[in-house]
Design a protein around this ligand. Structure first.
Ligand SMILES: NC(=O)c1ccc[n+]([C@@H]2O[C@H](COP(=O)([O-])OP(=O)(O)OC[C@H]3O[C@@H](n4cnc5c(N)ncnc54)[C@H](OP(=O)(O)O)[C@@H]3O)[C@@H](O)[C@H]2O)c1
Length: 295
């Protein structure tokens, strides 16, 4: 059977290159893209091999309504999912909030992606050697979580938010790997390296300087995509779970204090509580810690 692979953010950078590499194989690709016109323009020029199937659906991770609609499209399209690549992400050079009122960087990179992940778990449970791959970053080392009620809502933007969003994503990876191990779903985080992509957008002087510096010291998105692709294409890696990996699937030794299991569990709980206060009551399809979702 063709592997069914969902990739978020397949209109630029790493996500686009991961998806483009996969159209040379007999796979079923589902691409979650926030800008359908851009997606159509890019994907209209890609020539997949005959056995590859590509579907593109709108997905804005800064809106639960959009995530709900996207999840319904995916459910209509496939009866099971083998790989979920949570790649879409952003860096904000200004204060902005998601539709639900979360700081935009944390809201998209962590909360929106976590909500989508939960919505996909019932499909992943019906997948073959299912995997969740979170495109994370070593920027997580600089992230800081503070137990404050409005932490997700009122957080400074810029690098503080980006690094914290990646730390939360890394912690969620560890916690979900633990929770989903009995169900056979592998969950890993990947640091793709410093990559020359469009992540640093905006017209402020600082963003212009960051973009220029970034171009000089980074690898191409095509090169970075290989760190993700190896987990999808190499069958020997399908069962690996609960790790943070970089180029050539080398395991990263994370400072244990950053990802101690108690904190990981607590921050996933906080994230899910925040989601549940905003998600449409009929739609969340979330399960509490330790519980298994109904399939
Ligand atoms: N670049 C690096 O050096 C680096 C290093 C470590 C980790 N990463 C991670 O790699 C991932 C991909 O980033 P990239 O560097 O490839 O950046 P990129 O070129 O800016 O691509 C980001 C992708 O995410 C999409 N996206 C942004 N906000 C979204 C939203 N609200 N809803 C849905 N999709 C959204 C973008 O859509 P549009 O095309 O519509 O903007 C784009 O397709 C991110 O998670 C990032 O944190 C990057």
């Amino acid at each position: 059977m063709k592997r069914r692979i969902l990739i978020t953010g397949a209109t630029s950078g790493i996500g686009l290159e991961v998806a483009k590499a996969l159209v040379n194989e007999e796979v079923q690709l589902i691409l979650g893209c926030r800008n359908l016109n851009k997606a159509d323009e890019i994907w209209g020029q890609v020539r997949p091999i005959k056995g590859a199937k590509i579907e593109i659906f709108e997905l804005d991770l800064s809106s639960f309504e959009s995530i709900d609609k996207f999840a319904l499209e995916v459910e209509k399209s496939v009866s099971g999912l083998d790989v979920l690549v949570n790649n879409a992400g952003l860096y904000m050079d200004q204060a902005k909030k998601t539709h639900e009122g979360f700081e935009m960087t944390i809201g998209v990179n962590h909360i929106g992606s976590h909500y989508l992940t939960h919505k996909m778990i019932p499909l992943l449970l019906k997948g073959e050697s299912p995997q969740i791959l979170n495109v994370c970053s070593k920027a997580a080392y600089y992230g800081k979580v503070v137990k404050r009620d409005d932490f997700f809502q009122n957080h400074p933007f810029g690098f503080k938010a980006y690094s914290t969003s990646k730390l939360l994503q890394l912690m969620a990876t560890m916690e979900l790997a633990k929770q989903l191990k009995p169900d056979g779903i592998a969950v890993n985080a990947i640091h793709p390296g410093g990559v020359n992509t469009n992540i640093f957008r905006g017209d402020t002087l600082i963003m212009k300087i960051v973009r220029k510096t970034n171009q000089k010291f980074t690898i191409s998105a095509q090169e970075a995509a290989k760190s993700v692709l190896t987990f999808i294409q190499d069958e020997k890696k399908w069962k690996i779970t609960g790790g943070f990996f970089e180029k050539d699937a080398v395991k990263i030794n994370v400072n244990p204090k950053l990802i101690d299991p108690v904190s990981c569990e607590e921050w996933v709980k906080r994230t899910e509580e925040a989601i549940l206060t905003k998600a449409s009551p009929k739609k969340p399809k979330m399960f509490k810690l330790g519980e298994r979702p109904e399939v």
